[in-house]
Design a binder for this molecule. Structure first.
Ligand code: PBG
Length: 343
């Protein structure tokens, strides 16, 4: 042979060697489990399009959070489902709202669990939009009043912090919300509470099953006026830059696999702690294909999560977090590599 040939096969010969040269790891410690808690619920109810996911009572929420913690998952992301919705989204910012009550109980039950709260109005408005509607305007994304919404988002974040939330995560995509929330938190004495901003959140068809779970489908119009166009990538970088300037501590890209390119560019460009959200539709696809015997659920789910890590995610929000943590435990010592679980 007149020239040397690149021989990756030498490095792939044994499981031990493959494990030693693997660039990316996946561990329970990278995962955030999203959980739904329903106000006034007597028992947990299943979400049909998301097998394994429930709308929890505060009690079953605490039990599931404990289970997650015991498997090495450090954090949960909490969504509230109020009994009543209204035009002002009052359930979102009330100190006795479902999220506030749940956080107080959770923090007593699991003090070392990181509780991240989703900050948005869409589960609490009667019309299902993420912000207040302009008075008199017909429904639709363009009718959302950006600036009047900011005050309520800030109020919501402060009341979550007051209840004991460790991190607040605005998912509404109103312009200027990170700055508004940062100033309000600081003014209320919560300058140590970090903001995880859903910075690049696309108007995605993959949120469908979530809207079943949370009953937050906009009654008129859609979210394309505030969520991002899937055709845009540079805009995502501008969104992330703006959120960082306004004081975001961690940024999120959402959905996950459909946005691997965005994730990787965000991580490369800004180098800040970056989260990816494997959203409800991605979870539902894996579950549905697995239920039909069309894919190996464990292998496919772990591969999808590993891909998000490879794409640049430091943290991954996933409904499959508990399953994944169990599978990673089962796989300790086998190929794919023993994936380290932090103490
Ligand atoms: C609320 C919110 C949504 C999701 C997270 N926060 C719904 C939406 O924007 O319609 C979706 C998460 C998922 O699909 O898993 N604004």
């Amino acid at each position: 042979m007149p020239f040397p040939i690149h021989r990756p096969r030498r490095l792939r010969r044994t499981p031990q060697l493959r494990a030693m040269v693997r660039e990316t790891s996946l561990a329970a410690g990278d995962l955030i489990l999203p959980l739904f808690v329903a106000e006034g619920a007597a028992a947990p109810t299943a979400v049909a399009s998301m097998p394994g996911v429930a709308r929890h009572t505060i009690e079953s929420l605490c039990a599931t959070a404990k289970e997650a913690r015991s498997l090495g998952i450090p954090a949960i992301l909490l969504f509230g489902l109020p009994l009543a919705k209204d035009a002002a989204a009052s359930g979102a910012w009330s100190d006795t709202g479902i999220v506030q009550e749940a956080v107080r109980t959770l923090k007593r039950a699991s003090p070392d669990l990181i509780v991240i709260t989703d900050v948005c109005l869409c589960e609490y408005t009667e019309h299902g939009h993420c912000g207040l509607l302009q008075p008199g305007a017909p429904g639709g994304a363009s009718a959302v009043h950006n600036d009047r919404t900011l005050e309520l988002l800030a109020r919501t974040a402060v009341s979550h912090a007051r209840a004991g939330a460790d991190i607040v995560a605005p998912s509404d995509m109103m312009d200027g919300r990170v700055g508004a929330i940062r100033s309000a938190l600081d003014a209320a004495g919560f300058d140590q509470i970090p903001i995880l901003s859903y910075a690049a959140k696309y108007a995605s068809a993959f949120y469908g099953p979530f809207r079943d779970a949370a009953d937050n489908t906009p009654q008129n119009g859609n979210r394309r006026g505030y969520q991002m166009d899937p055709g845009n990538a540079l805009e995502a970088l501008r969104e992330v830059e703006a959120d960082l300037e306004e004081g975001a501590d961690l940024v999120m890209v959402k959905p996950g696999l459909p946005c691997l390119d965005i994730l990787s560019r965000v991580k490369e460009r800004f180098g800040v702690p970056t989260a990816a959200y494997q959203v409800s539709g991605e979870y539902a696809m894996l579950k549905a294909a697995a239920a039909n015997g069309w894919i190996d659920e464990r292998a496919a789910t772990l591969e999808a999560l590993l891909a998000l890590r490879r794409g640049g995610a430091d943290l991954i929000v996933s409904y499959a977090a508990i399953d994944a943590a169990r599978w990673l435990e089962e796989l300790e010592g086998s190929d794919p590599r023993p994936l380290p679980t932090p103490a």
